[in-house]
Design a protein around this ligand. Structure first.
Ligand code: NIG
Ligand code: FE
Length: 417
């Protein structure tokens, strides 16, 4: 446990809310494993104003509202930094086919996979898309998620891609959480462009992306760099278009094969390289030098029963920041759960519980370009946190199928569960 010195400059009398009788795991970069046993945390104007041992509270500590944490653990709100939660329909038929031995690639090549969800998503109205996505997002909310990334990529034509991104924005407006949108128009080659992937990329670069960005629907740009999707040369053209619009990039890289996606996204100063079951030493080194986050998605490893693993030991040794996310999507990870990702991240990928927890908070914030805003309990950051009825934080990783979340606070406001 660490002890913070009393802060003489703290203006305690102006606090909006104060949590007492809590144990703290701030998950800061300086000391990710640090904890405070008898802690207190103060909020002012939606931000963390003070935190530390209760004994170090300023003498004049006073707040408009005082909450008794009942001895629970207070952690930063989770950040699910890679999801496809907005989609219509489901693909359990493909789950059954894979159980019988068919591969994800084989199903994709004959028009199933992503293109199956493209058909159902294109056919859904905006309200239907919102209504179908809502239960998944609610599940994440109940698990203490306070920031959610949402990708497009099941429209693959201007109207449906815009509809997906508007639904994502609406989720952020109507629910108490922060939403970041990612344009994933380069998720698959749409049927209209079969055999003409280059022409489709041209459409994305020249029309779709600029128009969606002009409507403020795009916070970042992503692509699926894979044999069954887009080549590095095609992704590079898309990234150049993103750069012209001053949009940050990230990439689905090395999920099924290593095409050099990690090197490519690092070269563009990207926020993150995601999946990485297949990555070379040169790829790891490129991520390290570019300070690009490796986003690990153990749900996809689990559901596809992939034998390869992202090289966690090598990424750790190189000092590449590792984030952890649900990858919630109807095909490779029908799992709207960060808690499940924590468990699978430890068991399937070999993360330590502290790494998994930092991966779903601070490093996930970095993967969205939000490192200065959220992702750890530090004065000045947004007051996004969750209170857990557990004895130790590692219990969140060591348990599966149980949600011990008691309270969630987003931007300083207590959120109904
Ligand atoms: O992150 N790999 C590409 N995209 C998703 C899968 C999407 C789907 O199968 O619908 C992923 O795993
Ligand atoms: Fe994905």
């Amino acid at each position: 446990s660490t002890a913070a010195a009393p802060d003489p400059t703290a203006t305690a009398s102006h606090w909006d809310a104060l949590w007492l009788n809590v144990r703290l795991m701030p998950l800061t970069a300086a000391d990710p494993a640090a904890t405070v046993c008898d802690g207190a945390l103060a909020v002012r104007d939606g931000r963390i104003a003070w935190l530390g041992p209760r004994a170090a509270l300023p003498a004049d500590a006073a707040a408009k509202r005082v909450h008794d944490g009942g001895g629970g653990w207070l952690l930063p709100g989770f950040i699910d930094c890679h999801t496809h939660v907005v989609h219509a329909g489901q693909r359990s038929e493909e789950f059954e086919l894979r159980l019988q031995g068919e591969s994800y690639e084989a199903i994709a090549r004959r028009g199933g996979g992503i293109l199956s969800t493209v058909r159902t998503t294109r056919a859904a109205s905006e309200d239907a898309l919102f209504a179908q996505s809502l239960p998944r997002v609610r599940n994440l909310l109940r698990e203490g998620v306070t920031t959610l990334e949402v990708k497009s990529g099941y429209g693959l034509e201007p109207h449906s891609e815009a509809r997906m991104l508007r639904v994502a924005r609406r989720l952020g407006r109507e629910l108490p959480l922060r939403v970041r949108t990612t344009f994933l128009g380069a998720h698959a080659v749409p049927p209209e462009f079969a055999g003409r992937a280059d022409d489709y990329i041209t459409l994305l670069c020249d029309d779709m992306l600029p128009a969606l960005a002009a409507d403020n629907l795009v916070d970042a740009v992503d692509a699926f760099c894979e044999h069954i999707a887009f080549s590095t040369a095609q992704v590079q053209r898309l990234f150049e278009a993103a750069q012209r619009l001053h949009l940050p990039v990230k990439l689905h890289a090395g999920q099924l094969s290593d095409l050099g996606g990690a090197e490519l996204v690092a070269r563009f100063g990207g926020l993150s390289a995601d999946h990485l079951e297949e990555i070379s030493d040169a790829g790891i080194d490129a991520l390290r030098r570019a300070d690009c986050v490796a986003v690990l998605l153990p749900g996809a490893v689990h559901f596809l029963q992939v034998k390869e693993r992202p090289p966690v030991a090598e990424l750790r040794a190189a000092g590449v920041p590792m984030a952890l996310a649900s990858d919630c999507n109807p095909g490779t990870s029908p799992m709207p759960s960060v808690l499940a990702a924590l468990n699978l991240g430890c068991l399937l990928l070999g993360l330590t519980p502290v790494e998994a927890l930092a991966g779903a908070t601070r490093h996930a914030a970095a993967a969205l370009g939000l490192a200065h805003e959220t992702g750890s309990l530090e004065p000045g950051k947004a007051a996004d946190f969750a209170l857990w009825d557990v004895e130790r934080p590692a219990q969140l990783c060591a348990t599966l199928g149980f949600n011990a979340c008691r309270q969630v606070v987003f931007g300083g406001e207590l959120r109904p569960l």
